[in-house]
Design a protein. Structure first.
Lengths: 279, 275
């Protein structure tokens, strides 16, 4: 009974999700159920399966039928409807530098078919919400890394999505920019009640900003719960309260740094590209 | 805090009626074409640099070959014969490197973001194709101005200008999608750059842009017959300078070629996005 109700109401649900690239199994039997309005973190090193999971949920990779739903819609059968419910910010800084901030956001307002009479107001609203009103008419090539990330949030939010999907939203940003991005995410969530699915390998960020997290390692889920639950369950490590990194080591036998060393070349390439773009 | 959109728009049906699909396609094309114009407005450098080559073809090559009468073009002055060919060449050079832009968009995450909007792949590729056409049109306008300044007898009939614009857009759409298709096969910017450079000049020289088909060797005439650039040039020549042209055949070939290439590029887009 409970499962049936959740299958309809959970903003995002995966059931036994498995995804392989040839012989390499990237995600293996993943069960997730996000609750409405929460910030849910998918944690793990490069190659853990976070980005593959996100790409399946966002329809970028084909989902096996019946394994992934967004707001009760099977992603495999209702791709276009699912896309209308999602706001997506990829790992790379992806705003178009040759367009102004306003033009970047307006493009997505058009691609989500916002009525012409509402479009300008919606664009202004999200730019204001992201603190970009003054910079709105400058080309994005003049923005700092943090401003570009906030611009991308504005692009993702202009269609008022039910689920905001963020793939490593703070990678390559300095601490001030990171905190600015997280502040905006929390403000939006408070105001709209939307659900946020975020991937990160920064455990301290997850501990601070996520309501619940799932630890992924080599394509499988090793633990799930609130950061407080997971660390409390482990108690103290070396005489001090356990951190999420300790939890990760406890469940995988690796430190995050060791596991990160196993990341694929593709992940490394992506990280380098992102670092280059951020400068 | 500021005003955020309060509620998501009503979820649309997974499949629209045929009219709805066409309306969606037109809206997406409009959005992408607008973006191209906005980019051109912010940075006109490319417009200027891309003018140099066609200007050299017309001013240096065209005027010189007009004087020596080396290429038989009947009663049509060689510069008049050449101008539509150079116009088509300019559009080709813009469109054929669009695949590189799409690969850049993939690397920068832009393509992934576009693919997570409610836009069918075909609509996305068609929008890109026609956006290339818009950019090529702006360039074509510059070439036409140069040609007029050189005294080329280009028609002033607005209906023929509109038809010529449609031909440029269709030709650019084909070559843009050819480029996206190649991008979907080779997946890397460097490789596509090499292939783009390797095929543009053969496409140009194996067409009727510089000389009439009749003076080509037989083997080149066969290649010319399967080269869409030749049909684009033939139509532009007929419309703009009034030479005899098979406009109906040219239009059919360009439309069919564009539709086929849009379909192929759309099929390869998911591979490109994953690559």
């Amino acid at each position: 009974m409970t499962d049936t109700v959740h299958a309809v109401t959970d903003p995002v649900r995966t059931r036994g999700l498995r995804y392989a690239f040839g012989d390499h199994v990237a995600v293996d039997g993943l069960d997730l159920a996000l609750h409405p309005g929460e910030v849910f973190g998918l944690l793990g090193p490069n190659g853990a399966g976070k980005t593959t999971t996100i790409r399946v949920i966002t329809t970028l990779l084909p989902a096996p039928p019946g394994t992934v739903t967004v707001a009760g819609l099977d992603v495999a059968r209702h791709r276009r409807q699912v896309r209308r419910l999602l706001g997506y910010v990829p790992q790379q800084l992806s705003a178009d530098g040759s367009l102004t901030g306003r033009e970047n956001v307006a493009l997505f307002a058009r691609l989500f078919d916002l009525p012409r009479r509402d479009r300008a107001g919606a664009v202004d609203g999200v730019l204001d919400a992201m603190g970009l009103t003054e910079a709105a008419d400058r080309t994005a090539s003049t923005y700092s890394g943090g401003m570009v990330r906030r611009l991308e949030l504005a692009q993702a939010l202009v269609s008022a999505p039910q689920v905001l999907v963020l793939d490593e939203p703070t990678v390559g940003l300095d601490p001030v920019a990171r905190s600015g991005v997280w502040d905006r995410i929390h403000e939006v969530r408070r105001e709209t009640g939307m659900t946020v699915l975020v991937t990160t390998h920064a455990m301290e960020e997850a501990e601070l900003h996520c309501d619940r997290v799932a630890l992924l390692h080599r394509g499988t889920k090793r633990a799930e719960g609130t950061p407080a639950e997971l660390t409390a369950a482990l108690g103290r490590v070396g005489g001090v309260p356990a951190t999420l990194d300790d939890v990760f080591r406890h469940h995988t036998g690796d430190t995050l740094a060791q596991a990160a060393g196993e990341g694929s070349m593709r992940d490394v390439r992506t990280a380098r590209r992102t670092a280059r773009r951020v400068g | 805090m500021s005003v955020l959109p309060a509620a998501p728009p009503a979820a649309s049906a997974e499949r629209l009626s045929p009219v709805g699909e066409v309306a969606l396609l037109v809206r997406r094309m409009g959005a992408m074409c607008l973006v191209e114009l906005q980019k051109l407005r912010h940075d006109r450098t490319e417009l200027v640099t891309r003018t140099i080559q066609p200007a050299l073809w017309l001013i240096v090559f065209g005027t010189t070959f007009s004087r020596i009468h080396a290429i038989p073009t009947g009663s049509t002055p060689y510069l008049d014969f050449l101008a539509p060919g150079i116009l088509a060449q300019s559009a080709l050079f813009i469109a054929i490197f669009y695949g590189i832009q799409v690969i850049w968009e993939r690397d920068a995450g832009v393509l992934a973001k576009l693919l997570v909007t409610p836009t069918p792949r075909t609509a996305l590729v068609t929008s890109k194709a026609f956006a290339a056409g818009i950019r090529a049109l702006v360039q074509a306008l510059v070439v036409v101005v140069i040609a007029l300044l050189l005294g080329v007898g280009i028609t002033l009939n607005p209906a023929k200008w509109v038809a010529a614009a449609a031909v440029v857009v269709l030709g650019s759409a084909f070559f843009c999608c050819l480029s996206i298709t190649l991008a979907g096969v080779v997946l890397s910017r460097d490789r596509l750059m090499g292939i783009g450079q390797a095929i543009t000049m053969p496409l140009f020289f194996a067409s009727n842009a510089l000389y009439p088909v009749e003076v080509m060797p037989t083997w080149l005439q066969w290649i010319n017959h399967v080269n869409p650039l030749s049909y684009e040039v033939d139509a532009l020549r007929g419309l703009l300078v009034g030479t005899p042209a098979r406009l109906g055949l040219d239009a059919v070939v360009l439309v069919v070629a564009a539709v086929v290439m849009i379909s192929v590029a759309s099929a390869l887009l998911p591979r490109l996005a994953r690559g």
